[in-house]
Design a protein around this ligand. Structure first.
Ligand code: FAD
Length: 456
């Protein structure tokens, strides 16, 4: 039994927690970082990084399959899942070692074990009491399921999907959001038959409707099946596979069912409510400075209502550390958080959808332009199609940018600056975009919206 005291105690070492710890240590605070599993959390171990390694392998499989288009004779002999796993794990373990080294180099004390909040300034880890002048809650999220839908056997979540030692022949995917379509894309490239079930009217339903429709067209072309606007009713499983029943009586047979219906906050049983933290359905409520209902106690990342993304967690962590060092005040705003759906094709967006922009500013106040990637030289070379849609307030700033096409996520950084800084298309139109790049398409969209289209 021992007592340890720090300027800052961080409960959970995922994207939000470790970013807070790294920034706070940089600012001269002593930091105790409590982690029950591995530093790096969901994103590094079972989220962003391993899935992107899978997608890269999938992209190579597609390139081999399509090589003749480019006059290259390559044959895809098959997918060696143990080989893919080795590649994926080497990336994760190398990033994990790097992060451990960084945490150590910054003088952060890592405390291994499951923590429980026992007062606004103390966390109990086994017999040890860890005290901080301030505490940040950063316990992350878990794969949610639906009432009556039990995970087990052939019904799996993204965590088990990463561990599969073979490519299933036929997969049913419950949920057409980011995680569902990401795995669908990989499995399709690896040769599986895929059927996505989405209760809302579109795949990637959080995106601008024009983008969702193009995404559906691209998935149809890839032979990915989907059922939209139908609800899951039940599933049975035996040695041969699963049978999923929908609310209209339709059944879908598959080898496995991936449940990708969102992520819930990992806050149950951790003492938050007992200490008096205001919560809503398991999420921790905060003000715009990420302070909970208890002064001096903060929350970051996926447990805070809103977008559940690693870079949002990083931003939260950095902001709270700076706030505690007197560098604030900071204001958190989800509207300018860039979002990428990693898939073939990729989707990237920032700011308002057209429907939302019209709701906020009025139908007549909004102008938008869809730049077709068919007009972009590099997209032709890469044999990719898609659009870049830019939404502005008439005679006003850009309020939304939405893209679909190969690797468009690499361009969302520029779009984020534009939306964040309330730039006008007229500000961006004269700026150069190197030729031939796909990024040029973004420049062309602004040229068009500023009334001087070049290649469109
Ligand atoms: P987490 O990363 O979940 O970290 C929380 C940490 O707290 C964990 O390490 C956990 O072990 C620890 N912990 C929990 N309770 C306790 C306790 N009581 N005591 C001690 N430790 C505790 N986001 C993106 O931006 N881009 C992507 O491409 C992307 N891909 C994803 C793909 C998948 C399949 C999944 C599942 C998620 C993906 N995400 C992606 C989301 C991203 O992983 C999360 O938004 C991010 O990890 C949230 O960070 P966090 O710090 O809030 O929580």
């Amino acid at each position: 039994m021992s007592d340890q005291n720090f300027d800052l105690v961080v409960l959970g070492a995922g994207s939000g927690g470790y970013a807070a710890a790294l920034r706070a240590s940089q600012l001269g605070m002593s930091v105790g970082l409590i982690e029950k599993n591995k530093v790096g959390g969901t994103c590094l171990h079972v989220g962003c990084i391993p899935t992107k390694a899978l997608l890269h392998a999938a992209e190579i499989a597609d390139a081999a399959r399509d090589s003749e288009t480019f006059g290259v004779k390559a044959t895809l002999e098959g997918i060696d899942i143990p080989g893919v796993t080795k590649y994926r794990e080497s990336i994760v373990s190398s990033k994990h070692r790097g992060l451990q080294g960084l945490i150590k180099a910054r003088g952060i004390t890592t405390i291994e074990g499951e923590g429980r909040l026992t007062s606004p300034t103390t966390v109990q880890v086994g017999d040890d009491t860890i005290t901080g002048k301030n505490v940040i809650l950063a316990t992350g999220s878990y794969s949610r399921t639906l009432p009556g839908l039990e995970i087990g056997g052939r019904v799996i979540t993204s965590e088990q999907a990463l561990q599969l030692d073979h490519v299933p022949k036929k997969v049913a995917v419950l949920g057409g959001g980011v995680i569902g379509v990401e795995f669908s894309s990989v499995w399709r490239s690896f040769g599986a038959e895929v059927h996505i079930i989405e209760a809302l009217p579109h795949l990637v339903p959080m995106e601008d409707e024009a983008i969702s429709k193009l995404f559906e067209r691209a998935y149809r072309k890839r032979g990915i099946e989907f059922t939209l606007g139908k609800r899951f009713q039940g599933v049975t499983q035996d040695d041969n596979g699963v049978v999923v029943t929908l609310d209209d009586g339709t059944t879908i047979e598959a080898d496995i069912l991936l449940v990708a219906v969102g992520r819930g906050p990992s806050t149950a049983g951790l003492g938050f409510e007992e200490v008096g933290v205001e919560m809503d359905r398991g999420f921790v409520l905060t003000n715009e400075r990420l302070e909970t209902s208890i002064p001096g106690l903060y929350a970051v990342g996926d447990i805070v209502p809103g977008l559940q993304l690693a870079h949002r967690g990083f931003q939260h962590g950095i902001f709270v550390a700076e706030e505690l060092a007197g560098l604030g005040p900071v204001v958190i705003d989800d509207v300018t958080v860039p979002k990428v759906t990693y898939s073939e094709p990729e989707v990237a967006s920032v700011g308002l959808t057209e429907a939302k922009a019209k709701e906020v500013h009025g139908d007549d106040a909004i102008a938008s332009y869809d730049y077709n990637l068919a007009g972009n030289g590099k997209s032709h070379i890469l044999e990719t199609s898609g659009i870049i849609k830019v939404i502005r307030v008439k005679d006003g700033p850009v309020v939304g940018v939405h893209m679909i096409g190969a690797r468009v996520g690499e361009q969302i950084g520029e779009a984020q600056l534009i939306v964040n800084w309330d730039a006008y298309p007229e500000d961006i139109a004269p700026l150069l975009h190197a030729h031939p790049t796909q990024n040029e398409a973004l420049g062309e969209a602004f040229l068009a919206l500023a009334g001087k289209p070049l290649h469109s």
